[in-house]
Structure formats: structure tokens, C-alpha cells
Design a protein around this ligand. Structure first.
Ligand SMILES: Cc1cc2nc3c(=O)[nH]c(=O)nc-3n(C[C@H](O)[C@H](O)[C@H](O)COP(=O)(O)OP(=O)(O)OC[C@H]3O[C@@H](n4cnc5c(N)ncnc54)[C@H](O)[C@@H]3O)c2cc1C
Ligand code: FES
Ligand code: FES
Length: 507
């Protein structure tokens, strides 16, 4: 049903002499296998589409993963299963789609021009005006169509909203677009020819190709190959989903001669649920890692849906979020509160350390040049644990935290028997609130204890003022979140922070 493209090999003459045996990039697009040579390691997929392949249907808006105009869908064959993911092409390195299938907004209609059901639905619901955002919305809807509608799963408005959380529209408004998501489920189904696609994907699997002679973009498929490449090329820039590194390239104009991609390493893409812990490979996507964690602790679903938008959660990895070490990163406060430990590996061996001992300063950590973050070990939920994670940001969807706080506590016979607290946005790294934990441990779980703990938490860190929040706001809100946690533990949900006074909680 897809339009045909002539498979081609593109040569970048300026680079042809730089590499003896350049990496080949192959992917399935419009029913054909496309083969490209001499694609520079930091060429983004959007640049490749628009500038090299002359394909303008995929739009460029922000060029930093925020607006969704550049959204495309990638199909991947893994363990015999085909998966479909909407991602932002502006912050995806072109080589990262090696061995995958690609769909853009111009690839949805049938060969005779009949629009795809989702396109018909967008049209019927008047869900586009200027149309700049529309190609991106269409692709997020296509991901949803493949993963949900064709799986015969009912599609709620909330699920549609989540799938579209990475797409911004400034003129149509979201109601007609969300309506279109519902309408597309009622139209006659259109399927991708998966039999042909599977054969094509199997025939271009990167596992069957070797790129030893050139190191400009390496994506090993086994852990020992990754560790050996890391040891041999410690100067290479390690990348995972590139949802952060993509911004260094696009916005900070950084260039890297060598990229070492961890996302194909089979061992790092596993999730193992054991009796006492869940072990998550560092290259597991944020979407899959959050789903595994929410399985054990369903109350975290709302918190996870506040992390970026769906395309970033599809591309970004849990390991990338931790290794990146942003002080306003969202998974780390939670993982610190859950007493997570990290496994670092190199050719020399492996070591395990608590997450809160990983950071040494602003975006600095203990990893040696030949090490990688391999596994994240998260203890399973205890039967009587009280756990909450709070993210405060200016916008609900797709926004970065001003403050993030996660509290994990056990209370027995009215006394606090275990507590761990992780905080973000209040120091140069994600941190553990050790003083506040000490103020709570062994105390009666009463309002007086809470006010004391709130006062301690308010004074424990010296946050800075920036465009997201003032230092005073950050300190104050920490104390208020502690009070909210107390109220929620007493069965009072959804307390407005503004309604909480800090009486007795001054520092
Ligand atoms: C629009 C947008 C919204 C965002 N919203 C949020 C948000 O709400 N909350 C939030 O926390 N973050 C957010 N981010 C930041 C980003 O998505 C996350 O930090 C993400 O988890 C990074 O993962 P990645 O796999 O893309 O890492 P990459 O960008 O590939 O890498 C980031 C860093 O981690 C290192 N690294 C990656 N994997 C490993 C490994 N296995 N071992 C050692 N080092 C490794 C890389 O070398 C690099 O230094 C947002 C980003 C964008 C573009
Ligand atoms: S251009 Fe805005 S998300 Fe890519
Ligand atoms: S239709 Fe104009 S921005 Fe969405």
C-alpha cells in the first residue's frame, strides 16, 4: 500500500576519503530498502530527510524535541516482534534507524491516493488549520493506530492525549484532534504488509553486518562488544536515545567524530522482574521502564506521564536519564527514594553502587572513561510502603521540573520505621534528603513530626533562582510537598499547595 521509492546510495563526497570503509545506513522506507553511505555520525534524521533526501513533508519547528512537528514512526523487529514507535526525527541521529522501517506523513496514504483512516479522521473532524503541526500529529496517531487500534484495544481519550503529549498545536486546538483519534478507530482498518516488512527488516539486520574498519558510528549488539569498544575508544561520545545529546548537536552546535550507541545491545534492553527487585537494562526506553515500574507501583503512572512527551519517552532511555545527571531530571529523585542501585561495567569488571553515590557534581559522576552504566536495580514495593512522587512545572505536559520530590516511607504502629527521600531541582545534582530522613526516622507519624520534617527539608538545600522558579519558591514548595504527603497518608488527596501554611515549618 506504500508508494515506491527507488533505493539509492547517497555519497557525501566531502567525507568519502575520511573513512576507509564507511558505515552503511540501511532502512526500509516506502516499501523499499534504502541504502546510504557516508552519512556523518551527527547527521540527524530530520536533516537526512529534508536536506539530503529532499523530503519536506516532515516539518522542522523547534529542532529540540519540544513541538512534535518532526515526528516520524519507526518500526523495529525485536525477538520476532514488530514494534512501532513515534519519535522526534530532529533529535534522532540518522544512523540510529539503521535496520529499521521508517514512516513519515507522506507515507500514509494508499498507492491510489486514498487517505489513511487517521487522515480521513483528521479531515472529518476539521483537526488542522495551518497544518504545520499536522504531519507530526498524524505520525503520533499512526503510532497509536499501529499499537492500539490494530491490536483491537479500546482507545480512551486519556490514552489519545498521552500519545499526543509531545505534539503542540497553536491554532486548531486539541479537541478536534482528540476527536479525530476516536473517529479513526471507527473507520475500516488499513494494515501494513507485515509479512514483506519482516523479510525486509531481517535482510538488513545490523547484526549481520560488521563495521570494524570505521568507528564514526558504532552500535554494538552485544554487551562484551560494547565494553570492548568503550575500552578501545574512550573518547567516543556514548549515546543512547539522543534526547539530550541531540540538543547538544542542534543547539550547542557540538560535533562528534565518533558516536558509540548503546541502544542495540541485547543485554541492556532487558527487564527482569525478580522476587525482591526489578533489574532494568540501561538501554530500556523510558516508556518501557516506566511501564515496568508502574506495574509494581501503579500510583506512579501519573508521575511518569509528566515526563516529557510520548516521542521522547519512546526514544530516551532510563540509563540515559541517570547518566546524563541533570539536576532537574525526573527519574532520579524517585529512584533515590526507592533505594535504587546502579551496575557499572567495563572490560575490567563490574561494580554496584547506590544511585545517590553516583553523582559527584553538576553533571559529573563516578563513571570511568571505559565504563558504561549497564543495569538499574530497583527494589520491589513493600506491602505497607507509602510512596509519592511530585513534579512541579509550569506546564502539565512536556515540561521540565522546577522541583521534583519523591518520598518513600514505612510506618509501623504509628512510628516511621523506614524513610528515603529524593529531590530534584534543589541542588547541583539529584540528591537524597538525608537530614530530613534523619528527622523522621523513629518518630511518631504525627502532624508535629511532619512540621518539623518540613522545616528541615526547607533548610536542607540551597537551591538557585532560574527561569523555572526562584530559590525561595523551591525551598518553600519542598516544605509544602512534605505536608501534602502527610495529608495524603491520612486519606486527604489532591490538596492545593497554596492552601497549605508553613506554620511551624520555618527554618
Ligand atoms: C522535549 C524534551 C523533554 C524532556 N523532558 C524531560 C523531563 O520531563 N524529565 C527529564 O528528566 N528529562 C527530560 N528530558 C531530557 C531527556 O529526555 C532525558 O534525560 C533522557 O532520559 C535522556 O536519555 P537518552 O537515552 O536520550 O540519553 P542521551 O541523550 O543519548 O545521553 C545522555 C547522556 O547519558 C550518557 N549515557 C547514555 N546512556 C549511557 C549508558 N548506558 N552508560 C553511560 N552513559 C550513558 C550519554 O553519554 C550522554 O552523556 C527531555 C528532553 C526533551 C528533548
Ligand atoms: S522540530 Fe520540534 S520536536 Fe522536532
Ligand atoms: S494547525 Fe496550526 S499549529 Fe496546529
Amino acid at each position: 500500500m506504500l508508494a515506491t521509492v527507488v533505493p539509492r546510495i547517497t555519497i557525501y563526497p566531502q567525507l568519502a576519503s575520511a573513512f576507509m570503509n564507511p558505515p552503511i545506513l540501511q532502512f526500509v522506507w516506502r516499501g523499499e530498502i534504502v541504502t546510504l553511505q557516508h552519512v556523518p555520525p551527527t547527521r540527524t534524521l530530520l536533516q537526512l530527510l529534508r536536506e539530503d533526501l529532499g523530503h519536506s513533508a516532515t516539518k522542522e519547528g523547534c529542532n529540540e524535541g519540544d513541538c512534535g512537528a518532526c515526528t516520524v514512526v519507526l518500526g523495529q523487529l525485536q525477538d520476532g516482534q514488530l514494534s512501532y514507535k513515534a519519535v522526534n526525527s530532529c533529535i534522532k541521529m540518522a544512523h540510529a534507524i539503521d535496520g529499521m522501517a521508517l514512516w513519515t506523513a507522506a507515507d500514509l496514504a494508499a498507492a491510489d491516493g486514498t487517505p489513511h483512516p487517521l487522515q480521513q479522521a483528521l479531515q472529518q473532524c476539521h483537526a488542522s488549520q495551518c497544518g504545520f503541526c499536522t504531519p507530526g500529529f498524524a505520525m503520533s496517531l499512526f503510532g497509536l493506530y499501529q499499537n492500539q487500534v490494530l491490536q483491537d484495544q479500546p482507545l480512551s481519550r486519556a490514552q489519545a492525549q498521552e500519545a499526543l503529549s509531545g505534539n503542540l498545536c497553536r491554532c486548531t486546538g486539541y479537541r478536534p484532534i482528540l476527536e479525530a483519534a476516536q473517529v479513526m478507530t471507527t473507520l475500516p482498518r488499513v494494515k501494513v504488509d507485515e509479512t514483506r516488512l519482516r523479510l525486509q527488516l531481517a535482510s538488513i539486520s545490523p547484526e549481520h553486518r560488521t563495521r570494524e574498519a570505521d568507528f564514526s558510528y558504532q552500535a554494538p549488539t552485544r554487551l562484551n562488544a560494547l565494553l570492548s569498544a568503550r575500552a578501545a575508544h574512550p573518547q567516543a561520545q556514548l549515546v543512547a536515545g539522543c534526547t539530550d545529546v541531540g540538543l547538544w548537536v542542534n543547539k550547542l552546535h557540538m560535533d562528534f567524530a565518533q558516536l558509540l550507541d548503546v541502544t542495540r545491545v541485547a543485554e541492556l534492553k532487558t527487564i527482569e522482574v525478580q522476587d525482591t527487585q526489578t533489574v532494568i537494562g540501561a538501554a530500556v526506553s523510558l516508556h518501557d521502564a516506566f511501564a515496568a515500574l508502574a506495574q509494581d507501583r501503579p500510583q506512579l503512572h501519573a508521575f511518569f506521564s509528566r515526563f516529557a512527551g510520548q516521542p521522547v519517552r519512546n526514544a530516551g532511555t532510563l540509563g540515559g536519564n541517570i547518566a546524563n545527571g541533570s539536576p532537574i531530571g525526573d527519574s532520579m529523585p524517585l529512584l533515590i527514594a526507592l533505594r535504587t542501585s546502579l551496575v557499572l561495567m567495563s572490560m575490567r569488571g563490574q561494580r554496584e553502587l547506590p544511585l545517590d553515590a553516583f553523582y559527584t557534581g553538576y553533571r559529573k559522576n563516578v563513571m570511568a572513561a571505559d565504563e558504561v552504566l549497564a543495569f538499574i536495580r530497583v527494589p520491589k514495593a513493600k506491602p505497607n510502603e507509602l510512596l509519592r512522587a511530585y513534579k512541579l512545572s509550569k506546564r502539565t505536559e512536556d515540561d521540565i521540573s522546577a522541583v521534583c520530590l519523591a518520598i518513600n516511607m514505612q510506618v509501623q504502629n504509628g512510628f516511621v520505621t523506614q524513610v528515603s527521600i529524593g529531590a530534584g531541582g534543589v541542588a547541583a545534582t539529584p540528591v537524597r534528603a538525608a537530614q530530613t530522613e534523619a528527622a523522621l526516622l523513629g518518630q511518631a507519624w504525627t502532624q508535629a513530626t511532619v512540621l518539623q520534617a518540613a522545616a528541615t527539608l526547607r533548610g536542607e538545600f540551597q537551591p538557585i533562582s532560574d527561569m523555572r522558579a526562584s530559590a525561595a519558591y523551591r525551598s518553600t514548595v519542598l516544605a509544602k510537598l512534605m505536608q501534602r504527603f502527610w495529608l495524603e497518608s491520612q486519606g486527604t488527596p489532591n490538596t492545593s499547595l497554596a492552601s497549605l501554611t508553613l506554620e511551624g515549618a520555618s527554618t
